[in-house]
Ligand binder design. Structure first.
Ligand SMILES: [Fe+2]
Length: 248
């Protein structure tokens, strides 16, 4: 059994102006919950939006994340700042030179973290990232869990879908007959699941604030307070079962 925990979208700020709970405190509670489990995760992947409008960069964030009970693998989201992210987390993962993607063998799985933050701020993948992914998948010696910040699938929520996911069709084509057995993402601040490119794909609820849901786009897109949560992806016999843990 291989157990990968996922936390996402803390949006840590240095002004404390959180719309809901304190996400740093929620992260620490998630770590405590993981540490108290009868089986520790093999690793934690943090699928982006680590900071939000913070002037002092990643200093406070890394101080919180160092409390993780097992190795924590950070990914950037659209609120992160790539140069500062790379400098702050240089020793945490083996990042690609041109984007913040990385691959890591974790137990009986390979985690491929694909940086979906394109230059200019849109979500998606370009030719360089697709080439990097093809190479990473070719090197994979075990079933692959593919992690992104942006979900590559249409969500049905216009506020999330309006920008699309650049290169979605090319990514889906690359995943056909690939070792990818599960796709996980963040960004939506909500739990969603769908079958996409023949693979179960999902988004994890945020450890920070939730976001409102409008399926027509007529209601404003805004923070909506929900219980912070994380997920546990359990790889067994080549398939992945996901448990969602809400924090009180
Ligand atoms: Fe976010």
């Amino acid at each position: 059994m291989t157990l990968i925990a996922q936390i996402t979208d803390p949006h840590l700020r240095d002004d404390g102006a959180y719309p809901c709970h304190d996400p740093a405190e929620a992260i620490l509670r998630a770590f405590e919950t993981m540490a108290a489990m009868d089986r520790l995760p093999d690793a934690i992947v943090l699928t982006g939006d680590i900071i939000d409008r913070t002037a002092d960069g990643y200093g406070a964030a890394t101080a919180v994340l160092r409390a993780a009970p097992v190795p924590l693998l950070p990914m950037p989201g659209n609120h992160d700042r790539a140069p500062e992210f790379r400098a702050a987390f240089a020793d945490w993962a083996d990042f690609a030179p041109d984007h913040l993607s990385f691959a890591r063998k974790i137990g009986d799985a390979v985690l491929i973290a694909l940086d979906s933050n394109l230059p200019g701020g849109k979500g998606g993948v370009d030719a360089a990232r697709l080439d990097w992914l093809a190479d990473a998948m070719a090197r994979a010696t075990a079933p692959v869990i593919l992690a992104l910040h942006h979900p590559p699938f249409p969500t049905g929520a216009p506020h999330l879908d309006k920008d699309g996911f650049a290169g979605a069709a090319q990514l889906a084509g690359l995943l056909a007959a690939s070792p990818v057995c599960r796709i996980i993402a963040g960004h939506s601040h909500r739990s969603m699941q769908t079958l996409w490119a023949g693979v179960l794909a999902s988004t994890c609820p945020a450890i920070g604030h939730g976001l409102s849901l409008s399926l027509t786009g007529n209601f404003p897109h805004r923070a909506s307070c929900m219980r912070p949560a994380f997920e546990l992806h359990v790889l067994q016999s080549g398939s992945v079962t996901t448990h969602q843990i809400s924090l009180a």
